[in-house]
Ligand binder design. Structure first.
Ligand SMILES: CC(C)(COP(=O)(O)OP(=O)(O)OC[C@H]1O[C@@H](n2cnc3c(N)ncnc32)[C@H](O)[C@@H]1OP(=O)(O)O)[C@@H](O)C(=O)NCCC(=O)NCCS
Length: 113
């Protein structure tokens, strides 16, 4: 009798880390494997995560991003995130500031009306 096929090793291509507290979504990390970028994976992860947070009652999403991170800033901008603040010397490794971005679901609802 032939042995069953060995399971193929799983590869993680990307992940999104967030939590929802009360009506706030906090996005802590989003990353896609360098060899899998520009294929829409981050867009899909963020879209799914924000949809889930919204279903849990989130009305605003927050995140920090480095000013030098053009790919991430372009991604968040395309989702409608707005720059609402700056955290000085937020990143330990480079002492770079963080931009604080927010997305307000209420504005999305208002603009639908
Ligand atoms: C930022 C990151 C998550 C994007 O992942 P990705 O799967 O390549 O992104 P997508 O393919 O879903 O791209 C979605 C949109 O993001 C923007 N974008 C992504 N990579 C970009 C790049 N290199 N340059 C410019 N815009 C970029 C574009 O607007 C893109 O839409 P388009 O392809 O229609 O032009 C990925 O580059 C990454 O893991 N970077 C390192 C970790 C990181 O910086 N995380 C964010 C922390 S706040």
């Amino acid at each position: 009798m032939a042995a069953p096929p060995r399971p193929r090793p799983r590869q993680i291509w990307g992940y999104l880390v967030f939590w929802v507290v009360a009506d706030e979504m906090h996005i802590l990390n989003l990353a896609v494997h360098p060899q899998q970028r520009r294929r829409g994976l981050a867009r899909r992860l963020l879209s799914e995560g924000m949809g889930h947070a919204r279903s849990l009652g989130a009305r605003v999403a927050w995140l920090e991003v480095r000013p030098s991170n053009d790919p991430a800033r372009a991604l968040y901008h395309s989702f409608g995130f707005q720059e609402v603040g700056r955290r000085p010397r937020y990143y330990d490794d480079t002492q770079e500031d963080a931009l604080l971005l927010a997305y307000y679901w209420e504005e999305e609802r208002d603009s639908d009306q």
